[in-house]
Design a binder for this molecule. Structure first.
Ligand SMILES: Nc1ncnc2c1ncn2[C@@H]1O[C@H](COP(=O)(O)OP(=O)(O)OP(=O)(O)O)[C@@H](O)[C@H]1O
Length: 660
């Protein structure tokens, strides 16, 4: 009977979903992910209050000047007016200063918060499990940390701070109106409260629709991205029309989603206008009338002329923020939707194994043991019984095998037999649905991340190269400062030990030659050479190699084999072999068929025994013999054959951008 690794616990697919998260949880997320936004909140609010209050002083000074001077002229009238003007001017200057400070403060903090969100987001993406990562389009992740967060900047730039000051202004105006006349304040506040309640409802709808907009923008970026990165395939297959149709559709989807937000936004604006007009008209008419009349149905207001004028001015200070809130609802919701999507990246659990439970791998080459392992790519909840079910098709089943420290094992099998899945299990890119995977005797889920990163390395079929020099690409394997002299020394040592010096000598700028986007200016074999050197710098104790299947010319192939021979010495090596020569060189061969290991032994034994390996070997031999009769294009090429654009085969093999 087999137990299950902790790592085997099914991981939920995709990113955390915060669509339904509101209120306190949202504020908690805000505080934990971007503390600079909430720290010093008291000062921010104080500045908003001062900025709002400073503006509101004007109606009060007008009232003072009218009631104590202009409407009752006396010898000191000029002083009264002067005092009123002085106070008004002082308050305005104070308000302007507070507003400027607030602007700078909020803007800087928001930008700092967004920068932090982006940096933390990238870090978290590096930490989430490969299984989860593999299910999310990379364009979606990119848009979450770029354009989605830009909506927050747009909001802050286009009046976010103003909204804060206006909110303070509205509260102060409401209090003052209530002090002047509670009879007038009551209907005004009731109308404003009703408007805010309705707006909250509308806001929920707008928020949902803006979320759809953000999702569709991300999908559109994905489609347009593929239409550009896949340009070589699209052109060579003549499928431009289809590609453009897909782009058109995704663009239209975004436009439709944007249009969908317009109905609630317009409803909101219309309601806002009605409420605001009502409030203004009511205050003007009722304020004037109730001040002069006093009937049983019209409360007599004991307001002086100055107070009445101040009241009429105050209502504009109350109404203007409401107007701003109404018109900015769309931007607020767009910013919230964008921010939520970025936060979802951070809310997704990290798969990093660290802390007390993490264990270090024992020193030296690493032993590998699998006991009754089953693996699938299906949904986490899929049935993992031996009966394959829909999404839960088993890619590996009942795999039990031990690999000794320092052993070189080749994994062979037909396409789809489970070779890569086996490699993914050992490199934690996939977790076993059942059974145990042990590295150096430790359950794979408990191996500490640092240990894992530094002791285990993978060389994929088509390794990823950064758009940088060969040196920088190799040094990407170094932990620490890649500009340090020791790093350069280590680089030289690796280049020599893998026998890459002659090849590098043929390149236009030697080791400082740029490789182009994704290494497109190098051949597949040359990219492998760079990846092998990078891996050698990591100096792993378990090496998982996925051999390139094509695109390696004979000269580069010899270099790759030479580098591989040097690299595998003293390490446990698992090579996914696509060629006979790789299998023959290994200490042992594991033959996979339909997710199971069906043969396990040395080449010399397996090749003479009837079975899968002998069959595969026979096919390989036939294929190699046939291929031997087809001259390689580079072999055919000779200097002076009339084609000046071609580089001689012996010179550098850099190519122009080639992405097929
Ligand atoms: N990311 C994936 N999602 C779903 N199914 C997958 C995924 N990768 C592989 N599979 C399936 O798992 C099974 C084993 O695939 P695997 O890639 O391990 O085969 P392989 O032997 O490495 O093939 P190849 O030689 O073509 O690389 C296949 O049925 C394949 O379709």
């Amino acid at each position: 009977m087999s137990s299950t690794d902790p790592a085997s616990a099914p991981a939920p697919a995709r990113l955390a979903d915060l669509a339904g998260v509101r209120g306190r949880t949202l504020i908690h997320l805000l505080r934990t992910t971007t503390p600079m936004l909430t720290s010093g909140l008291a000062l921010t609010l104080l500045l908003a209050f001062v900025a709002g209050a400073g503006r509101i002083v004007t109606p009060l000074t007008v009232q003072y000047a009218l009631d104590h001077g202009l409407l009752h002229p006396h010898p000191g009238t000029a002083d009264v007016v002067l005092r009123a003007v002085g106070v008004g001017a002082g308050a305005t200057v104070l308000a302007a200063a507070a507003s400027g400070w607030l602007n700078r403060r909020v803007f800087r903090r928001t930008e700092a918060a967004l920068a932090q969100l982006r940096a933390d987001g990238v870090a978290r993406i590096h930490e989430i499990s490969y299984e989860r990562f593999a299910r999310i389009p990379s364009a979606d992740l990119v848009s979450r940390l770029t354009s989605d967060l830009d909506t927050v900047t747009t909001f802050v730039q286009n009046g976010g701070v103003l909204l804060l000051v206006n909110a303070a202004q509205m509260v102060i105006a409401a209090v003052l109106i209530s002090i002047y006349s509670w009879q007038l304040a009551l209907p005004v506040l009731a109308a404003a409260a009703l408007l805010l309640v309705v707006m909250r409802r509308i806001q929920a709808v707008v928020g949902r629709r803006f979320r759809v907009v953000r999702e569709r923008v991300s999908a559109m970026q994905s489609v347009i991205g593929e239409a550009i990165t896949g340009i070589a395939v699209i052109r060579s297959t003549g499928t431009e029309r289809r590609s453009r149709a897909a782009a058109d559709e995704s663009i239209e989807q975004v436009a439709a989603a944007q249009r969908h937000t317009l109905v609630p936004l317009h409803t909101n604006t219309a309601l806002g206008e009605v409420a605001i007009s009502f409030i203004t008209t009511f205050i003007v008419i009722a304020g004037v009338r109730w001040s002069v009349d006093n009937t049983w149905w019209e409360p007599g207001l004991d307001l002086s002329a100055g107070e009445l004028v101040a009241l009429l001015l105050l209502v504009t200070f109350f109404v203007r923020p409401l107007q701003l809130l109404v018109t900015m609802l769309g931007e607020v919701q767009s910013a919230v939707a964008g921010w939520r999507r970025a936060i979802e990246v951070l809310a997704t659990p990290s798969a990093v194994v660290a802390g007390p439970g993490a264990r270090e791998l024992p020193p030296g080459p690493i032993a590998v043991d699998l006991h009754g392992v089953a693996a699938s790519y299906g949904d986490a909840a899929a049935d993992v019984g031996d009966v394959a079910t829909g999404d839960g098709l088993l890619a590996l089943r009942d795999v039990t095998i031990g690999i000794d420290p320092g052993e070189h094992v080749a994994v062979v099998g037909e396409t789809g037999s489970g070779k890569s899945t086996f490699a993914r299990l050992l490199t934690r890119q996939l977790s076993a649905r059942r059974g145990r995977v042990l590295l150096g005797g430790i359950p794979i889920a408990q191996v500490g991340d640092r240990s894992f990163q530094r002791r285990i390395a993978v060389v994929p079929q088509d390794p990823f190269l950064f758009d940088a020099t060969i040196a920088d690409n190799i040094l990407a394997g170094v932990h620490g400062d890649i500009r340090a002299p020791e790093a350069r020394e280590a680089l030289d040592e690796i280049v020599d030990s893998l026998g890459l010096r002659p090849w590098i000598g043929t390149l236009p700028d030697g080791i400082d030659t740029r490789v182009g986007v994704r290494g497109a200016r190098l051949s597949a074999g040359e990219r492998q050479l760079v990846a092998l050197a990078r891996t050698a710098l990591v100096d792993p104790d378990l090496l998982v190699l996925d051999e390139a299947t094509s695109g390696v010319d004979p000269a580069t192939d010899v270099r790759v084999q030479h580098a591989l021979d040097a690299l595998t010495v003293g390490r446990t090596t698992i090579s996914i072999a696509h060629r006979m020569v790789t299998a023959e060189r290994a200490d042992r061969i594991l033959v996979f068929d339909d997710g199971r290991i069906v043969q396990n032994g040395r080449h010399a034994d397996l090749v003479t025994r009837p079975g899968r390996y002998a069959d595969l070997h026979a096919v390989w031999v036939d294929h190699t013999v046939a291929a031997d009769h087809v001259p390689h294009p580079r072999e055919e090429r000779t200097e002076g054959d009339g084609d000046e654009h071609r580089e001689p085969a012996t010179r550098h093999t850099l190519r122009n951008d080639r992405s097929t």
